[in-house]
Design a protein around this ligand. Structure first.
Ligand code: IMP
Length: 443
């Protein structure tokens, strides 16, 4: 299993961090391939609570080389803060490598993100305000600044000053905002360059060499399919591709370098920010999921919107990512519901929709068609094997596996590393449940 991608199958926050962490023992390298400090996870390590937005959590394991691939955009101030926090915990960060080709987030990107959101008024996207869209826009427009320019900090500073001056025209003339102090920004960024230039490398080559040497490389995705720039709920998406295919472009390897693709799927669905969400439960059901699941964004602290599991989205995720297995997270949060609803298709007017609609208007009209499954009342957070789960929980998993057409290999029943069920084989043990499907042989 040399190349493994871990991707989110919903709107992000599926629990990719825990799955990545569980796989760490066998990995030699962990590579982030898209997004920026809009993503993040909280890690409890050695009695410290640590928030990481940019650095792969593999940094905590000395045997892992953490890599930030070219598809990631970097706010140097945030990165240096993470480095400082890790070093304060005696974790060596010197081995980390950052691609020469990552684009740099500058203060004007953050300011423009804010001004654009303000202009959208009631139609705002609910971005994380981290400058993500404007930085990726500059990358596409070929006006961005890359990390490699930091190699000579004085030249980098001059370039930053020049660009800030140009962007100030946009900020003041178009948005009516306050100009940034170009000298102060240039000076700060010169300092960041001094401290970061030693981390830069041809990371695509490092990844390929690791794979050629028989190493195991984990490609760590951020956000999730429904926030993918092309395939998600545009315009309520992030500004990068979040699908597994993006791991190649964003890490600098070819499609054949990825052998397994694990789709991380929460046992219910959450979304932060604006945009359509057919199975949303803006009621006591959603509130319960939000409270029990601790559904607050790691990056912005915003409450996440919560809703029932959506099979149309899972099937879409399976198709677009070529998923080879599923990791189901937060199953324990569903304990206590009398019944659980699973959206199996959508209805728009008279039309029944089985495949995720590509027309925005149609998706916005979609109402979920639910199947109701029995819930379970007991606490399942101590279960370590499938047969320690109540039959209703196994049925729920089996339903997801059968309809999604992807084998469940891992079930998480709590935040701790040990609160995990590893499913052996091709999901076969799930068949101990009660539900029978068309193709099933009675057991
Ligand atoms: P941006 O990525 O900051 O431009 O935000 C665009 C949309 O993606 C907003 O709805 C954000 O809430 C959402 N988003 C971005 N990153 C994450 C994430 O890591 N988890 C969940 N939602 C995210």
């Amino acid at each position: 299993m040399p190349g493994i991608a871990v991707v989110g199958t919903q709107w992000g926050d599926e629990g990719k961090g825990k799955v990545t962490d569980l796989l760490s023992d066998d990995m030699h390298m962990v590579v982030r391939f898209q997004g920026g400090n809009n993503a993040g996870h909280t890690i409890v390590y050695d009695h410290h609570t640590l928030k990481l937005h940019l650095i792969p959590s593999g940094i905590l394991y000395p045997h892992i080389l953490p890599v930030i691939g070219n598809g990631v955009i970097i706010n140097p101030e945030v990165l240096l803060e993470e480095i400082a926090n890790l070093e304060a915990m005696n974790i060596d960060t010197a081995r980390m490598r950052i691609s020469y080709n990552c684009h740099v987030i500058l203060p004007y990107h953050i300011e423009i993100d804010r001004l654009m959101e303000e202009r959208r008024g009631g139609k705002s996207l609910g971005t994380t305000m981290r400058g993500i869209g404007p930085t990726y826009s500059d990358r596409s427009a070929r006006t961005g600044i890359r990390m490699q320019e930091m190699l000579v900090p004085a030249i980098f500073a001059a370039r930053v000053r020049e660009v800030v001056e140009k962007k100030n025209e946009l900020i003041t003339c178009f948005y009516g905002g306050t100009p940034l102090d170009a000298d102060a920004v240039a000076e700060a960024y010169e300092g960041y360059a001094e401290r970061l230039k030693g981390y830069l490398a041809d990371t695509g080559l490092l990844v390929k060499n690791a794979l050629n040497d028989g190493g195991n490389v984990l490609f760590e995705g951020a956000q999730g399919l429904m926030l993918d720039l092309d395939h998600g709920t545009y315009p309520f998406v992030t500004s990068s591709n979040t699908v597994a295919g993006a791991a190649c472009a964003g890490a600098g390897v070819g499609p054949k370098d990825i052998d397994e693709i694990i789709g991380v799927t929460k046992a219910y669905v959450t979304r932060v920010g604006s945009g359509p969400f057919p199975t949303e439960q803006d009621n006591e059901i959603g509130n319960h999921m939000q409270e029990v699941g601790g559904e607050f964004g790691t990056t912005t602290g915003r409450k996440r919107r919560c809703g029932w599991f959506d099979m149309v989205i899972l099937k879409y995720a399976s198709r677009l990512n070529s998923l080879t297995s599923l990791a189901i997270t937060k199953l324990d949060v569903l304990s206590g519901f009398e019944t659980l609803k699973v959206c199996v298709s959508y209805q728009a007017g008279e039309k029944v929709i089985e495949e995720f609609p590509q027309l925005r208007g149609e998706f916005e009209e979609c109402k979920p068609v639910y199947t109701e499954l029995p819930g379970w009342q007991s606490d399942i957070s101590d279960a370590r094997r499938l047969d320690e789960l109540p039959v209703e929980a196994r049925d729920y998993l089996q339903f997801i596996q059968e309809m999604g057409g992807v084998a469940i290999k891992l079930v998480s029943v709590g935040p701790a590393r040990h609160q995990t069920i590893i499913v052996e084989g091709d999901g076969e043990p799930l068949r101990q449940g009660r539900l029978l499907f068309q193709d099933d042989l009675p057991l």
